[in-house]
Every structure is written in structure tokens, then in C-alpha cells.
Design a protein around this ligand. Sequence first.
Ligand code: MN
Length: 733
Amino acid sequence: MTMQEQYQRLEDTVRAYNPGANFSQIRAAFDFAEDAHRGQMRKDGSPFVTHPLAVAQILAEELHLDSESIAAALLHDTIEDTVATHADIARLFSPTVADLVEGVSKLTRVHYTSKEEEQMENLRKMLMAMAKDIRVILIKIADRLHNMRTMEYQTPEKQKQKSFETMEIYAPIAHRLGMQKMKWELEDLSLKYLDPVGYGEITEALEQKSAAYGDFIASVRQQIAERLAEAGISCTVYGRTKHPYSIYRKMYTQNKSLDDVFDLFAFRVIVDTLADCYNVLGIIHDLYHPILGRFKDYIGTPKPNMYQSLHTTVVGQTGIPFEVQIRTREMHEVAEYGIAAHWKYKQNGQGTGDEKSYEWVRRLLENQEGADAEDYIHSLKVDMFADEVFVFTPRGDVINLPAGATPIDFAYTIHSAVGNHMVAAKVNGRIVQFDYTLQSGDVVEVETSQSAHGPSRDWIKIARSNNARSKIRQWFKKERRDENIVNGRASFESELKRCGVTLKELTAEDMLPQVLKKLCYNSLEDMYASIGYGGVTALKLVGRLREEINHILRRRQGYIAGKDTAAPVKTASQPSQRQTHGEQGIIVEGLTGCLVKFAKCCSPVPGDEIVGFITRGYGVSVHRADCPNAAAERHSEADAGRWIRVSWAEKTNESYHTTLEVVAKDRMGLIMDVSTALSTTKTQVSSLNARTTPDGFALVTLNISVPDSEQLQAVMRKLGQISGVLNVMRPTG
Ligand code: MN
């Protein structure tokens, strides 16, 4: 056939279903493509334009598409492979044609790899194109079909790669769009390259037995046709062997030889009316022996791709099982061409797109929002590439779920609150496990309880739908807020403890508003949650509450022995109480001449606020008031009475031992600078220890003697000025 003859055939094909087509536009598209691709060759040596011509032919023949789609098919490789631009095509043809071509080019530019992540992105783009204009995907599928038909001229590597892609992406999309005929061909062609041996075995065997099979098919066809004619039902009966990939899959999944494959044959009865479908079913079941559990009513509950049909498998007199599909002519159109059969795009300038028919595409896309990449590919495989199950609510509503779905999926499809409160599930009136695999036709009932514990983490694994999984995750995310609050509260509390105050004191009614205001939180819960999340450290927040903490500590000073004493003990600031002398400069309330020692944990010096603890056997131990040991022990009921008021005498000792810790960026000469600082402040040093951390910091511990806190502050300031020093502190606890 010459190219002109091929083109003429295309026009004839279009004219047959659409006499009012825009033939001048189609002709112009062909001329433009021929011109643009001039000099380009296909791998088989033919002019490149034969390819877009063949793609247009497929769309016309198989899908009866509109003029713009046919024109776009003819032009589909011009933007990608020639100098033509979107603007050129928009100007010469129409903006819609240009958009379609651009859309197909975008899909062509997508390169699939075996990496799921990237595949996901590509699939997403592809789906976006679908949602925008489904004709783009139809042209792309026809493009792929023609490329698969002519794949023999490609390298083995390319054959495998394209076939894998076709099997994984294009065939399933064709299936989801309801285009069974194209799906089968795509699958068979892919199988041919993916498993040439397996494919060869099946096709050869089918060929060998074609005569015998042919006889069988003819006889069954005749039987059915005659019997239906007797019943006065007008119909068309088709018979065929199932397509190679469908047989291959059965052999593979059931580990059977070709002879053992259960049903090799499929018959189709096309009738005029819906009532006839059920009449025919009765007659078929009367004529042959129906196999239990193989009857499916896709008329009552259509597949989401709009497929409608009655399916039954029966065994004839010969003992050979075969499937019979019964449907009306209209249902048949949808079955063969799916979405394209519903195509009501402006043909002959009338009619509009049948938006509602592919609402599911949009639904699929909407469900992906917010899901992460891993989930997306998974959900596409489940939601898009697998079959569905149909189950009933107790009220009789049909719920569509991915194959393998469980009561968990069902519950979350009804409502997230139903899922979160589910305590039991019943299928057909009987209690089932949550991982029960739902079957089409099951009546599913979910029992909920207000006191339900909520989902368990296992549910994420059990659930098959992305919808259920993401809702369960959401629940845990919310739940984790509670965990965060608990953790945040714990670290805030322990940080406060280090400062010597309790959470109760800080969050007392008279303190709380000021605390929240200072820290800029609306509630304590919010604050705890943000600590728990790691958004802010407890240390930082407590650091900002220095004033409030000191206030609490000061206020408490007067009530330290409060548990045992009816009247509050007078505060340290009352000069009348001050004694001039004391053991080691310490005055112990109500006691004279008792043994006094300074706690090693916080080594107080004159000027520090202090408290005393009556030890068992060694007099009074003096702590700094902000020492966590003092704070902790004060909480203990048993020791409550052992804390006593102590204060500094007017005359104190010459010097007191204390400890400083210096944190600095480690560098040459750091220790030298530290000792210089100590000597210039005339500080007595009893030991100096330095160690470095693996991340390059130096921790210097100094044991020094100072007369009072004023002098100590001066030393600390001096040390703080040393280059590289980050922090100078008095250790406690
Ligand atoms: Mn192409």
C-alpha cells in the first residue's frame, strides 16, 4: 500500500463513523507531518510518517475518535522530533490540537526506569495529562501499540525495556480506561519480548490445536445460537480462545500446563436488552452445568472502569469448561473501548465531554494529595493496576475497594471515625478477623465503640487501600502529639528540678499566665508538645524563666522548715536575726556550735543563697539554694523536717573551695590563658583538669578558693572573656 493509499484508508475509516469530520484539517495535518518528518526513517527503513499515520488509523479504527484527535495523532511526534512548535500547530490547526500534541510529547519525554520513585513521578505526570484531557492518553496508548507492533526492528535491550514499561504502565492504564481489546494486544506483544519462550509455547500450542479448538468453539457457538433462537432472543455469539497473556498468567500463577488451564475458551453473547442478558444466563445455565462460585454480575455492580457484563463458567457435554460473557451491545462497546465509547467530545461541532464518566480519574488523583512517594506508587498498583472488590454496607450501598481489601479498608472508606472506633467486623453476619480478605458480594458490618482504643499499628500493614492507611497514619500523628506532650512535660519538669523549683510551683495559678506570656505559648500543652517535637529545648525555656524561678525560690526561703513549724520561719533578710559569728561563717537557725560542712555538689561561697540539711551523723551540710540535690531532697516526705534555715555570718572565712567548669573551643594556649586569668584575679587554684571532646571542645574543671561570690563572679567574668570560651559555670548536682 502506498502512503497515499494508507492515508485514503484513514479518511475512509473516519468517514464511516463520522461523516461530518473535519477532513481538510486531517489532510492538512497529514501533509504537515509528512513535510516535517521528511528524511526521517523508521528502523524498518520506511518513511517516519508511516508511524503517525498508523497511530491515527488505530484511533480511528478502534476508538472512533474525533477530528482533532486524529489530526493530533498525525502530528503527535512533530513537536518532539521536528522543528515544529506548539505555536505553529496552534496557528495552523487549533489550540486544542496543539495542546494534545504537546501533551503526548510530554509523555514521550518521560523516561521510565525500574526505580519506583521515578516511575511514580512519571505516572503522576501521565495521570495529570489524563485528567487534563484524556485524549492525550488515548493517543499515547495508540502510539505505544503501534510501536509494540513494530518492536521487532528494535534492539533486544530496547524491546525488553519497552515491553516491561508497556506491561507495567500502558496495559494497566488501558485496562483502567476499559479498553480491553488494546489491553490484550499490549499484553500479548509485551509477553512476546519479556518471555519469548513462554509466549512461543502458548502461541504454538494454540496454533497446533487451532483446528481442534476451532471445531469445539464452532460447535458450542452453534449450540448456544440455536438454543437462543428457539427462545426467540436475537443475539450475536462470539467464541475465542483466551488471549495468550491471560493463559500465560493462569499457567504461571496456578503452576499448570496449557492442557490443565481451567478455562481456555470464552464465549460472548451480545443481546439487545438488559432483560435478555438475564434470560440468556438462565438458558446457558440450563444448557450447560454451571461451576459454583464463578458467576459474576457486573451489570448489577459495574467495575469502576464502567465495564458491565454477566460472567459465568460452565462445563459442556465434552467436559471442557468455558466462560460465557453476556451483555448488551452498548455494554459491549464500553467493554471493548471503555472511555472512548463514552466519548462525546465535540464531534461534528456538537456534544460536550462526558465529564462524569471519568470522575474516578479525578478521584484517584485527589486521593494522592499529601501521600508520600512510596505510598503513591503503591496505591497506583493497588488502586489502578489491580481488580476491585465490591462489598455491601448493611444498608445495601455498594462500596468499591481494591482487591484484597479488609474490613479495615471498608471501615475507613465509610468514615475515618468509623475506622478509628472499630472494635469488631462482621461479614455476612459473622464476626471476622480484621485481616479477613473481603470478597465481592460480602455484606460488611462494622461495630464501633466510643471507648475503642483506636487503630493499632498493624492495621497500616493490613489495610490495602491508600485511603485507609493514610487515615490510620493521621490518627497516629495526632496520637503522637499526646506522646510529645508527655515527653515534653517530663523534660521540662526535670529541667525545673535542676533549678530547684517544682512544676507545680511554676504552673500555680498565680504564676502560669506570666510564664505562658513570657514563653509565648497559648497553653502548657502546646509548650510541652513543642518540647516533645524537639522544636525547642526545655533548657532554653527554663533559661527564660530565671526571674520567675528566683521569685519562687525567694518566696520559699522563709518556709523551708514549714512542715514542722507552725509559724513561718523568719526570712534571711531580717537583720535582727543575723548573728555575727558562726561555724565556718555559717549561722544555723536555732543551733550553735554544730558541725558544718559544705556540700561538694554545689560548693557554696558567701553571698550564695544557701540551705542546710541535718545529716545523719555529720552535722549540717550546706547547699546552695538552687542546688538540685537540695531541691530533690526537699521533696522527700521523710526528710522534710531535716531542712533548716542557714545563713552566712557577717564575718566569714578567708576563702572557700568551689568549682568552676569552663567550656571552650579547644585551641593552642587555652590552658595558658586560663591560668593567666586566674593569676591576674589572684585566685588560689587547687586543681585544673582539662579534657577535650571528640568534636573539638575543651572542658576545663577548676577547683579554686575564693572569699565570696563577688570575687567568684569576677573570676567567672575574666574567664568568660578568654577567646574561644563559650561558657563558664558553677556545677551543681
Ligand atoms: Mn510516536
